[in-house]
Design a protein around this ligand. Structure first.
Ligand SMILES: Cc1cc2nc3c(=O)[nH]c(=O)nc-3n(C[C@H](O)[C@H](O)[C@H](O)COP(=O)(O)OP(=O)(O)OC[C@H]3O[C@@H](n4cnc5c(N)ncnc54)[C@H](O)[C@@H]3O)c2cc1C
Length: 374
């Protein structure tokens, strides 16, 4: 049980009307984190989600990495975001009785001397908190290609077992009558002083539908730039990687004995959850650069990352409706971003505190159309 929770049963009156503080639409990473945060703060929630509509969170590798390798720089707000991320998933794991976070070093295989020199400079300077200083030459993983330039490691990294997190959260919400497995129909939403949706009445509604926010008549003005991603789960008896995440223009790590996750691709055009032949070829090419091991493909999955044009999260209140909110734009980094910004949204709603201007949905007001279908 989470601290300070209210039981949804107590909110049910004789007419079968169920009242809540919040309705949340979507139980991907964003909606799940938000729901648990609200419950942790003693609010009652009803989460409405049809899991089949979007695969994004379900297929995610769940990696958190404070470093952007392309420019060898710190990931946006990593220093602020990481502590809350670790605290949150650890607390949820304790309450839901599961181990959600696995700390792993990210092993960066170098492709050229320039990369090594830059690493040296940053590991002794601005990124010393996150980068190992040593450059290693001997790789203890089995059948990982040796790089003539060696490798080094990122610390404060790892991965969230996303599926376990989503499933445990759904089970928990279901047990407390706070989950409805159905498609949310925007035309059935009544917005007045209260939010009324079928038998549910709430003070506020928060939309967390990932890239499917494009169908939301209230928030479809948010300028999305979604990116489809494909990922493989492979089996191999020849490959041994302990707990590290190996990275060279792609990643691979072991999530079970003789089983590995490897990815991922980026495609800004083919925006659906279907896997593609091109995606498969690209993933196999990436893999070839990392390992010489034989493997068998166990599954091939795809999802659409909810990125927006400025690649920052999007949260806050609708410009015209005081009880409509959005929590979206987690892009490629939902695992790291969601806990910190769910807390920020919660404080904004309950304590009237400021939102970071870079994430506030207000920044997109100029895209707002005046006519609503609702
Ligand atoms: C291949 C791949 C690998 C990735 N790897 C990582 C990684 O290693 N680390 C990381 O941090 N991030 C990763 N990501 C990104 C991460 O998955 C996203 O940031 C995150 O999952 C977005 O979560 P979300 O809840 O906003 O969206 P979604 O996961 O899309 O969740 C939205 C939910 O809302 C539901 N929904 C939508 N509309 C309706 C409706 N009308 N009615 C009912 N339900 C509705 C959907 O079914 C879904 O359950 C990866 C993504 C992909 C595709």
């Amino acid at each position: 049980m989470l601290i300070g929770e209210k039981n949804a049963d107590s909110n049910q009156n004789k007419n079968n009307i169920k009242t809540f503080d919040f309705i949340i639409v979507g139980q991907g990473l964003a909606g799940s984190v938000l729901a648990l945060k609200l419950i942790e703060n003693n609010f009652s929630v009803m989460v409405i989600d049809k899991p089949e509509l979007s695969n994004c969170s379900k297929v995610a590798a769940g990696i958190f990495n404070p470093i952007i390798f392309k420019r060898l720089s710190k990931s946006w707000m990593a220093d602020e975001i990481l502590p809350e991320m670790l605290r949150f998933y650890k607390e949820v794991g304790k309450n839901l009785n599961c181990k959600l976070i696995i700390k792993r070093n990210i092993v960066k295989l170098f492709s050229e001397q320039q990369e090594v020199d830059l690493w040296h400079k940053k590991a002794n300077g601005e990124l010393k908190k996150y980068l190992y200083k040593e450059i290693y030459t001997e790789n203890h993983s089995q059948n990982i290609k040796q790089s003539e330039f060696g490798f080094s490691k990122v610390t404060e990294s790892g991965n969230l077992n996303v599926n376990l997190f989503l499933e445990s959260t759904r089970k928990y919400l279901t047990e407390k009558n706070s989950f409805a497995n159905e498609k949310f129909e925007y035309t059935q939403l009544i917005t007045s002083e209260k939010i009324i949706y079928k038998e549910f009445v709430a003070s506020k509604i928060i939309f967390a539908e990932g890239y499917l926010v494009k169908h939301n008549p209230f928030f479809n003005y948010i300028p999305l730039k979604p990116a489809k991603g494909e990922i493989l789960t492979i089996e191999s008896n020849d490959l041994k990687i302990e707990t590290d995440i190996i990275n060279k223009n792609g990643f691979i790590f072991s999530d079970k004995e003789n089983q590995f996750k490897t990815g991922a691709t980026y495609n800004w055009e083919d925006l659906n959850d279907n896997t593609s032949q091109n995606g498969l070829i690209e993933l196999q090419e990436k893999l070839k650069k990392i390992t010489v091991a034989d493997y068998k493909i166990k599954s091939h999955n795809a999802g659409v990352r909810p990125s927006v044009i400025d690649r920052r999260p999007v949260l806050g209140k609708h410009p015209q409706y005081n009880n409509l909110f959005v929590f979206n734009g987690m892009g490629t980094k939902g695992v790291m971003l969601a806990p910190y910004f769910a807390e920020q949204l919660l404080n904004y709603i309950s304590k009237n505190s400021e939102l970071n201007a870079e994430v506030n949905v207000e920044r997109f007001r100029k895209y707002l159309a005046t006519n609503y279908t609702n």
